[in-house]
Design a protein around this ligand. Sequence first.
Ligand SMILES: *Cc1c(COP(=O)(O)O)cnc(C)c1O
Length: 415
Amino acid sequence: MSYDRVRAADEEVADALVGERERQNDTLAMIASENHVSEAVLEAQGSELTNKYAEGYPGERYYGGCEYADEVEELAIERAKELWGAEHVNVQPHSGSSANMGVYFAVLEPGDKILSLDLTHGGHLSHGHSVNFAGKLYEVQHYEVDEETGRIDYNDLASIAEEFQPDMIVSGFSAYPRQVDWEAIQEAADRVGAYHMADIAHITGLVAAGEHPSPVGVADFVTGSTHKTIRAGRGGIIMCADEYADAIDTAVFPGAQGGPLMHNVAGKAVGFGEALEPEFKEYAAQVVKNAEVLGETLKENGFSLVSGGTDTHLVLADLRESHPDTTGGEAEEALEEVGIVLNGNTVPGETRSAFNPSGIRAGTPALTTRGFEEEEMRKVGDLITRVVDNIGDEEVYAEVAAEVQELCDDHPLYE
Ligand SMILES: *Cc1c(COP(=O)(O)O)cnc(C)c1O
């Protein structure tokens, strides 16, 4: 896309759009929740469907002229069912957070109780943090990961559930490098008669490709975002058994949202179609391999990793032992200066704060989309090390920045 038409209408916005494209081309996107969609998904998202009101669902809309909107939404639903094996799918949530809202609205009343992972241990705002709508509407208690092992303590989770008697247990995380035992959490939910929502926002693509066990058919509800490992453009999705289909659909519209973002639903349809191709399985397997190599490299270089490693798409490094004088925020800033974009992150047993955390989180989905394999990931791990070992050394920064640019040039993204 040239943005010529935007430029003719609006220089300032065109400059920003071109700037963003160049930024993505010339930096290494290692924010674990980010990815690069295909140009096919970009084009679908930029389609005339943005003009269309399609309140309702395929075949039962509140407006006329919905035949193509119906077609696109049905394709997105059918492909999602094939990818994840769910009985019922709703592709209208505007984002992962809205998907979670849809599930809460479907089966909870204000004041009901939610048990979820603490944000500083890898949870998500929409799982009931006090600043989020879920924290304001529901009574929330948190479970944590074991600070020694960095892993969910499923026994502890079950005993907190016994005591708290939640109406819903939420699983699925934002900064958890290990596979999740969905069955163990389901058992805890069954024992107290709670619903179980598994939020696979980060790992939708890994689950679709069989690189992570699936909660579909285990948990009552599975939610996700569609722009992370699944590469289908910005949005959300809800999956459930047929028995909850009406409750979910009504909760999303008219409960939580108005008209669906049909251009984004088109992006989802195209992205899901891409994910059904055999190449996507290879991609997802490479994402996991790349994270493993990145983790090993960082460990060899002296970093300590939460849980000691990873079996997903991300690593979480705890800087407190290896770099006691460097915060995650400082590391993030220094790395951004050389073109490596990731985020400072809290770690289990955080001794600083959410604004000034002690860890860094790094993911491989976007770099893998660019074609990075093990060799490049080792190099990236070494570059990260050189920067974090030499905070404030502009000479080192300049050397690393040149190597980052070389890696970017070797793996071009958008023309
Ligand atoms: C990213 C994420 C979400 C969704 O976030 P949106 O920005 O609303 O799409 C929800 N839950 C978890 C665990 C996440 O990591």
